[in-house]
Design a protein around this ligand. Sequence first.
Ligand code: FAD
Length: 175
Amino acid sequence: PEIQTTNKTLKPIVGVSGRTIVYDKDGKPCRACNTLLDFQMATGKKPKSDQINQTSLVNKAIEKDEYRQDPPDVEVLGKSSWTFMHSLCAKYPENPSPKDKNQISTFFDMLGRMYPCDWCAEDFSQYLKDNKVDTSSNDGLNMWLCGAHNAVNVKLGKKEFDCQLWKKRWRDGWE
Ligand code: FAD
């Protein structure tokens, strides 16, 4: 695809994924905010057309040395973060103590402030303001988290997850 750039900076505006490229405050492309291919393009390592939609480069690196992987892009970071959050909340007590309630609220506040994809964090933080974390019970918290995840799904044009199924997906497994 054609690379669009701003006249002043010659920085690409749109990546190979078709998404707008996100830059950090220091002007460098944000690794955790872009897809890997967009990040490579914005940093001048433009993938050749036959590399688009292939993970061959990454896979080759992994084959050589399993620790020698690139830092996560927005998708890998997102999937890992949701997996962690849903797994954490799945083990939240049925009858939480005041300390449990306090600590889980603090955890989500921290995430809204410090999640490594800045623009994701901004929207998540706004979601927290509009939808207070339900710390009252295990089911309450997990239904709340499912709603928070669905809000991002909707924003990204993805299908919503059926929240009645959260236990099967994140705790008990499918029959
Ligand atoms: P994910 O959305 O990562 O989901 C992983 C798995 O969770 C799915 O396979 C499914 O089995 C299950 N699941 C899906 N929805 C639900 C749900 N509602 N409840 C329970 N389980 C569910 N990306 C952006 O491009 N822009 C953003 O603004 C953005 N904001 C984000 C904010 C946060 C706080 C986080 C953690 C991630 C954000 N992401 C954002 C990343 C994005 O949500 C996805 O993680 C990423 O696009 C990869 O998607 P995926 O299809 O692998 O599945």
